[in-house]
Design a protein around this ligand. Structure first.
Ligand code: FPP
Length: 262
């Protein structure tokens, strides 16, 4: 986890911010309601949601925010009507096929986390192709959580430990928080500094359960397709105003800040 957040020094960014998050995680909620408000089918909301993904990726790159993680499809989303699941899968496949090159040109490194075994072989192939294409890029690290669940993630990490203990490669008494953290699907990422959920609900909904332990939570009623750059800057401004204590007292944080700036 990055206790020290980087300071905004980006010329292209408009907001005057004291500190910026290093890693932002987002639940993109409200596509269906946005479509309904506009008299459109739900899939039109998801398509518009993809536009907001583009806006968000661009804004993170402008603000030099290194890590962005988006919850595109939860383990629970399979329970939606089959027609909507099918259309979401088509949208995911098209996005992987059509946007991967553009992400690559913009130096974005793309990773998909989640139980991808349940996806079609076409989607699995497109995931592999997009990840391979963008692997060496050192700009924004964009992670898409697809068929992801926080409980699934902690469970699969624990299973790895159990298997290693059973195989004699690890002693049971050596298992600790770090052993779990190192085996999470997001082990290559720092823990999120800022969590954003659009669409009015104030829940974490089985997203990055372990990883969000010290994350600042930001909820907005704005529906995801309407979440634009101004909304994003409001979330950054809210984050910038918060005092992150990581279990310490306020006085300790002030002292730490003085020492750092001396
Ligand atoms: C939640 O809105 C959104 C989803 C389940 C899908 C998110 C998908 C996208 C934003 C587009 C695709 C993105 C990628 C990265 C390929 P909801 O349907 O639950 O909305 P509601 O709560 O208003 O019904």
């Amino acid at each position: 986890m990055s206790e020290k957040n980087h300071t905004a020094s980006v010329k292209t960014a408009d907001a005057n911010l004291q500190s910026l998050p290093t890693h932002i995680a987002v639940i993109m909620d409200g596509n269906g309601r946005w479509a309904k408000h506009h008299g459109l089918p739900r899939i039109a909301g998801h398509r518009r949601g993809l536009e907001s993904v583009r806006t968000m990726v661009k804004a993170c790159a402008d603000y030099e925010i290194p890590y962005l993680t988006l919850f595109a499809f939860s383990s629970e989303n399979w329970k939606r009507p089959p027609a909507e699941v099918g259309l979401l899968m088509d949208l995911f496949a098209n996005a992987l096929e059509q946007k991967a090159r553009r992400l690559h040109e913009n130096n974005v490194c793309l990773r998909i986390v989640g139980d991808t075994t349940r996806f079609s072989s076409k989607i699995r192939m497109l995931i592999q192709r997009a990840e391979t294409l963008t692997r060496e890029n050192n700009g924004l690290r964009l992670t898409i959580a697809a068929n992801y669940g926080g409980r699934w993630d902690v469970t699969q990490a624990c299973k790895q430990i159990i298997q290693e203990v059973a195989a004699g490669r690890m002693a049971a008494e050596d298992a600790d928080e770090n052993s779990i953290a190192r085996r999470l699907a997001t082990a290559y990422l720092p823990e999120p500094d800022l969590f954003i959920r659009t669409g009015g609900e104030q829940r974490v909904s089985n997203f990055l359960l372990w990883q969000l332990a010290y994350t600042e939570l930001y909820f907005t009623d704005t529906l995801w397709p309407a979440f634009d750059r101004t909304e994003f800057e409001q979330a950054l401004a809210s984050f910038s105003e918060r005092e992150r204590r990581f279990g310490k007292t306020g006085d300790q944080i002030v002292k730490q800040h003085r020492i750092r700036n001396a």
